[in-house]
Design a protein around this ligand. Structure first.
Ligand code: VAH
Length: 315
């Protein structure tokens, strides 16, 4: 069976659906801390699970014969800055525990998301290379960088087949904006649809690497289904699709909603965004396991504006 930890999060909500389609709901266990959030997973098995309750996690892995774990639970960048010690403890202790479980139960594969947050202010900002100086200055980024080191260590030392992607900002319409610095790009669509003004917490010209959720799901499964020997990077792969500023996404939405208005009120998240790259070089992912993105800003905006209204009605 496949266990998804943090299934009710932004990525988990959509990854759980796709995995259930591919493997059959009976082989998927969607777990989350929040019982209410699990009610939407009618198509697979569910379990209320606190990743920090190691006895409970180990019991579930044993009872359900779990052979793969997608460990998606983490405190994101903005929330992490408000609670540094908790963010570090949850993000790191949970990963180390999952890597230990993988070894103990001889699991087939582990997935763990990294992020462009591993890059810092002195990383090259344009077409950031796979290998470069990384001095992240957010707790989230520090935990992702340390996590990448541990993933590579457990692969090299113990043969744990753990795979990882450095996601850019992910944009999906099936979950509300979380504690991320890139989540302005989720919220802006909700405001446009609601006919409301949008006050952006980043400045108009803040370029960030971004990706539409269907592309993130495709990349994740392409990587997980790739033959073991083609996954040559065992820290985490750079992954890219689009790069845009708040002004770019606003202008794109405006072609559909001419009356939509925006203002810019940068807050503490501006310094986080400024520490991250503008664009990413993901040549290695394209070479090693054939990665290729499908959505650009225009196609993503059309898809979200077409699907979000109906989704909100049922939300
Ligand atoms: C965040 N959405 O903003 C996440 C992501 C690159 C950004 O890691 O924290």
């Amino acid at each position: 069976r496949i266990l998804i930890i943090g299934a009710a999060g932004q990525l988990g909500s959509e990854l759980t659906f796709t995995l259930s389609q591919q493997y059959g709901g009976d082989n998927i266990i969607a777990s989350d801390l929040n019982p209410k959030a699990l009610e939407k997973f009618e198509y697979c098995k569910t379990a209320v699970l606190d990743i920090m309750d190691q006895d409970a996690v180990r019991k579930l892995v044993k009872d359900q014969n779990v052979k793969q774990i997608y460990h998606l639970a983490a405190v994101l960048s903005a929330t992490g800055e408000k609670n540094p010690r908790f963010a570090w403890q949850l993000n790191m202790d949970s990963l180390l525990f999952v890597l230990e479980l993988a070894m103990e139960f001889k699991m087939d594969k582990i997935y763990w998301p990294s992020s462009i947050a591993v890059f810092g202010p002195n990383t090259p900002k344009i077409n950031t290379p796979q290998f470069c100086v990384k001095e992240p200055n957010t707790v989230y980024g520090i935990s992702k960088q340390a996590g990448e080191r541990w993933c590579e260590y457990y692969f090299q030392k113990f043969g744990v087949d753990v795979r990882s992607l450095r996601y850019p900002g992910l944009i999906g319409y099936k979950s509300l904006p979380g504690g991320g610095t890139t989540d302005y790009a989720v919220d802006i669509y909700h405001k446009a649809i609601a006919g409301e003004h949008f006050d952006c917490f980043l400045s108009a010209e803040t370029a960030l690497p971004m990706m539409y959720m269907p592309d993130a799901i495709k990349a994740t499964l392409d990587l997980m289904h790739a033959p073991k020997e083609s996954v040559k990077i065992r820290s985490s792969y750079n992954l890219a699709a689009i790069s845009f500023t708040p002004e770019d996404i606003y202008q794109c939405i405006k072609t559909h909603h001419p009356d939509f208005t925006i203002s810019y009120s940068p807050d503490f998240r501006q310094s986080i965004a400024d520490s991250w790259p503008d664009s990413i070089d993901d040549t290695r992912a394209r070479e090693d396991w054939g990665w290729n993105h499908e959505y650009d800003l225009k196609k993503m905006t059309e898809d979200i504006l077409r699907n979000l209204p109906a989704y909100l009605v049922n939300f």
